[in-house]
Ligand binder design. Structure first.
Ligand SMILES: [Zn+2]
Ligand SMILES: [Zn+2]
Length: 418
């Protein structure tokens, strides 16, 4: 399938295009229908709606479907060409208890899913047969797949990311990444740069440079609350992250960032040599008062408060917010190095789910205010898909933090976006 991409890499502020309101309950997932002025939403009240933009400029539902209360399976539907009808195609019985994440891999014809039973399974979407199962250590909340190497990235509630190598009917554990102090809430894979992004309830994003093969992990600090979603815009090389405080951060990934240094241990300030408060001997010998230990975020040295009185952003280390630096590092950071590598935007609602549609550069967010907002985020690219597609969606129900939630996947059968 030929897809032509003409990149125009300028960034611009997200501009609100439209709002979809009138939901009785929170929308857990929503996607833009490719090439259409349409949105599909799944709400907590188990309703699936297909919204089309009418001549009035308003979105009105063309399909309103209520899912059964069973939550242990997920269902595949075929959506008619005119978006007025949705026909159930297949039900996948995948888990003993609630489903947490579902991911469809068109190239493999595989459906990957995870459940509260701490199992990860994959099914063939052509036959509906279960192909394999793997037991995870905690509830999974993020799932990504690399088609080229058949690696699955599984992010869980313990804060770790497990990498599995999948075969047709078995899988093996490759490695685990540990870096977050909170739950992994979102995962995003860039198959070109071979970089995995993980977002967490600890407010941070970690960029795991898998392709670089040096074990480089860079933290991106730009949120004041839980990270709720991550999307990668490959044609502009931007990472889009959103948080439950409504913040949307657009990160320029076309810059080379450095890892933060290890924090050094010392009994006294590595600048003025004053003892820290636990160094009783030196405190006694030099008749000095013990000081509290701090660390410079740039050089990692253990310093006292007096020697690290200044704050600075260090965007090239992922610190878009001001952090503690020692006085000598503060003097060495140039204005050029302080230039932000991300832009910050306010969606004005607490985001539950985010989707980025690269062909038009549209960003869809759904919030706790029961509203879906569609914005343009960057210059659109022209992407043409040559196929007569049959539109399918896949729905799942999950009990997550004791709430029942729905999620779904959307794809066009027999079409590939490269
Ligand atoms: Zn000092
Ligand atoms: Zn320093």
């Amino acid at each position: 399938m030929a897809a032509e991409i003409h990149p125009r890499p300028q960034t611009r502020k997200p501009v609100l295009l439209s709002k979809i309101e009138g939901f009785q309950d929170v929308v857990n997932t929503a996607v833009i229908i490719p090439k259409e002025d349409g949105v599909i939403s799944v709400s907590q009240d188990r309703t699936i709606r297909v919204w089309l933009k009418r001549d009035s400029g308003q979105y009105w539902p063309s399909v309103f479907h209520t899912m059964p209360a069973r939550r242990f399976s997920y269902q595949e539907f075929v959506l008619s060409e005119d978006y007025n009808q949705m026909t159930p195609a297949r039900t996948y019985q995948a888990h003993q208890v609630g489903v947490t994440v579902v991911l469809f891999v068109l190239e493999m014809e595989w459906v990957l899913s995870t459940g509260q039973d701490k199992s990860f399974t994959w099914h063939c979407s052509e036959s509906g047969q279960q192909l394999g199962i793997y037991r995870t250590t905690a509830w999974v909340s993020g799932l990504q797949f690399d088609v080229e190497t058949r690696h699955a990235f599984v992010g869980d509630h313990s804060g770790q990311v497990t990498i599995l190598k999948l075969e047709q009917d078995n899988c093996s554990l490759v490695t685990t990444f540990k870096g977050h102090t909170g739950n992994v809430t979102a995962l995003c894979w860039d198959p070109v740069q071979r970089v995995l992004f993980s977002g967490s309830s600890d407010h941070s994003i970690i960029m795991w440079d898998i392709g670089g093969r040096k074990g480089t992990a860079i933290e991106l600090q730009g949120h004041n609350d839980k990270v709720q979603g991550l999307c990668y815009a490959p044609h502009t090389r931007q990472l889009i992250s959103c948080g439950s405080d409504g913040g949307i951060v657009i990160w320029n990934m076309d810059v080379t960032r450095q890892e933060t240094p290890e924090w050094l241990d010392s009994d006294s300030c590595q600048k003025c040599e004053q003892p820290f408060f636990w160094n009783f001997k030196q405190m006694w010998d030099s008749k000095k008062i013990g000081l509290r230990q701090h660390h410079c975020r740039k050089c990692g040295q253990a310093v006292c408060g007096k020697c690290s009185s200044k704050r600075s952003t260090i965007p090239l280390m992922g610190f878009e917010f001001e952090v503690r630096v020692c006085d000598s590092c503060h003097g060495s950071i140039t204005d050029e190095e302080r230039a932000p590598t991300a832009t910050f935007h306010d969606s004005k609602h607490s985001i539950i789910h985010m989707q980025y549609e690269p062909t038009r550069g549209w960003l869809l967010t759904s919030g706790t205010d029961k509203i879906i907002k569609a914005s343009t985020c960057s210059h659109s690219i022209e992407l043409r898909i040559s196929a007569e597609p049959e539109l399918r969606i896949m729905c799942l129900w999950k009990t997550f933090r004791s709430l029942s939630m729905g999620s779904f996947i959307l794809w066009r059968k027999n079409s590939r976006i490269s």
